[in-house]
Design a protein around this ligand. Structure first.
Ligand code: ATP
Ligand code: MG
Length: 138
């Protein structure tokens, strides 16, 4: 049913739940997983502090992706994990198109402290503009 599933990962609990659902779906549908973790490039300036912040986020992203890769391997699910720098929604949407993903799985919320909204802005943008179905996991 779904041959290639993109899972959007940001290290949040909702994204972990989304990944768990994707593992389940992939095992039922014999799908491959494409994991995308975007380090947002919204930190202006090119100071040493900004550099340290981005490097720290990249290291954290790598750790999170490696954890997911281990879980996928245990479940015998083929997986490719990527960490990219840029605008999260734009990269997720473009990655899904250029890699022929037929489903995007993501959390309803992410790491933001503002919890009054039902859906985060990355999920909203992807749901509006993606060219394939989007599964939002609470
Ligand atoms: N940088 C990212 N890289 C990959 N996926 C992401 C990224 N940020 C968010 N996501 C995906 O989108 C889901 C919802 O996160 P989102 O960022 O939209 O909400 P939020 O952090 O609660 O609110 P906001 O960022 O709008 O203040 C996450 O569970 C994750 O699946
Ligand atoms: Mg967010």
């Amino acid at each position: 049913m779904f041959s290639k599933i993109l899972v959007a990962i940001d290290g949040s609990r909702a994204a972990k739940r989304a990944f768990a659902r994707a593992i389940y779906l992939a095992s039922k549908c014999d799908s491959r997983l494409e994991l995308v973790h975007v380090v947002p490039c919204e930190f202006g300036g090119d100071s040493a502090n900004t550099f340290d912040l981005v490097e720290g986020l990249k290291a954290k992203a790598k750790e999170t992706l490696e954890q997911c890769e281990r879980i996928a391997a245990k479940n015998n699910i083929p997986i490719r994990a990527l960490s990219e720098l840029g605008d999260p929604a734009k990269i997720i949407i473009e990655h899904a198109i250029s890699n022929d993903c037929d489903l995007i799985v993501m959390g309803s919320r992410g790491r933001s402290a503002f919890k009054e909204l039902l859906l985060g802005s990355v999920t909203l943008k992807v749901a509006h503009h993606a060219k394939c179905p989007v599964m939002v996991v609470r």
